[in-house]
Design a protein around this ligand. Structure first.
Ligand SMILES: Cc1ncc(COP(=O)(O)O)c(C=O)c1O
Length: 387
């Protein structure tokens, strides 16, 4: 069979590891899951109830392609009141998860020959999605010693006449990096100097720890015309399976995204949208509770890790992950895929290899699971790795 050039992309390694772990579990094996890309919490009852209500009242048909108006309004208000942005309904589209939002944006903004700047370690899907859009990903490496932060000078060095966008994942998967107002200002100024758009992936904005404030790239008044925000209910509301996300951008971009969405998915599930609306309406109650729970789980993970391996980890500032060198376990292995494969095969602990994020020699452990599960996973790792 001859497949199109666009199919020559790598499968998502995070999804692959998670699937293998689930397969083992389905076969009756005890699997310790440190690979989950989600908070393992029940979706709040008020959200589930809204979905039932939508089904019972016949809100089960095709909806408007850009999303139900009530949700577009509520999402814009939520962004504006939480992060000081100024989005309207016309500047908001509901997508089938943030992931589809990113993909639609690349399809909308990139053509063959264009370059997209991606900061490494990066979320696994950026590279493949840029390639699927026919454009070229240009990776900007960062280092742990500088807190994995990209500097304006790093960005300058990678800009060419073909550069169209910079994708910045503030509240990072996998590193947990959180940028300050000053750092974002400097990055936005560089982008403005070269007329580059910023796609700001802010899906972890609700999970920021130790009292830190989340700064949205869209809160800088002088740069609103070049900043596009990707958001999602997945991590904020423990709604990963409902597949609802958002893109906030100028009206012209939203119009094109809507056309593309209309010719592909026809929009996010109507039932899920009514459910997401119920969540967003009580975001002030749900998000801080989920955030506090994830911070507690992060702390359990880091403490159990220190107890088991005698090494302290730098606690993640945001998100759901600890990202650190394999050497932290006392192992001499540098091939992260080989390391994670053998740990999953022999100790039944699922972690994601750093190579999936463009940083071999590292592993990503999720602290999205319950405290009991996190402690059991680290005990299983210790039993296998410490001889
Ligand atoms: C950095 C980042 N962006 C976007 C997404 C997409 O999330 P969703 O499609 O569930 O909204 C994820 C999910 O793991 C992520 O980690």
């Amino acid at each position: 069979m001859h497949f199109s050039a666009r199919t020559h992309i790598s499968p998502s390694l995070t999804v692959a590891v998670n699937s293998l772990a689930l397969e083992k579990r389905a076969a009756g094996e005890r699997v310790y899951n440190l690979s989950a890309g989600e908070p393992m919490l029940d979706t709040p009852a008020i959200i589930g109830d809204a979905a039932y209500q939508a089904i019972r009242t016949g809100k089960t048909h095709y909806g408007p392609v850009a999303g139900i108006p009530a949700l577009r309004d509520a999402a814009a208000v939520w962004m504006n009141t939480t992060y000081g942005t100024h989005f309207s309904r016309a500047e908001t589209i509901v997508t089938a998860g943030g992931k589809h939002g990113v993909s639609l944006l690349f399809d909308t903004l990139l053509s063959p020959g264009d370059e997209a700047l991606i900061v490494a370690p990066y979320w696994v899907s950026y590279i493949s999605q840029v390639e699927m859009a026919g454009a070229t990903p240009v990776v900007i490496a960062t280092i742990e010693a500088r807190g994995w932060k990209v500097l304006p000078t790093d960005i300058e060095m990678h800009i060419t006449p073909h550069t169209k966008v910079l994708i910045l994942n503030n509240g990072s998967n996998p590193t947990g990096v959180l940028y300050t107002t000053e750092e974002l200002q400097a990055i936005l100024d560089v982008a403005a100097g070269h007329d580059i758009r910023i796609i700001s992936d802010e899906v972890y904005s609700g999970l920021v720890y130790d009292g830190a404030e989340y700064i949205s790239c869209a809160s800088f008044a002088e740069h609103t015309d070049r900043v596009i925000v990707v958001q999602s209910v997945s991590k904020h509301f423990a709604m990963t399976g409902w597949r609802v996300g958002f893109v906030f951008a100028d009206e012209e971009i939203i119009r094109v995204l809507t056309t593309l969405q209309g010719q592909t998915t026809s929009g996010a599930s109507t039932i899920s949208q009514w459910a997401a609306l119920a969540g967003i309406q009580v975001a002030d109650e749900i998000v801080p509770t989920h955030c506090a729970e994830m911070q507690a789980r992060r702390d359990v993970f880091c403490q159990a890790f220190t107890d088991a391996f005698g090494v302290s980890l730098m606690p993640a500032m945001s998100g759901l992950y600890q990202f650190f060198p394999i050497a932290t376990f006392g192992s001499a292995e540098t091939d992260s895929a080989a390391f994670c494969t053998s740990v999953l095969a022999d100790a039944n602990v699922a972690m994601v290899p750093g190579v999936a994020f463009g940083m071999d020699g590292y592993v990503r452990c999720s602290f999205g699971e319950t405290a009991t599960e996190l402690r059991a996973s680290i005990a299983a790792l210790r039993a296998y790795l410490v001889k």
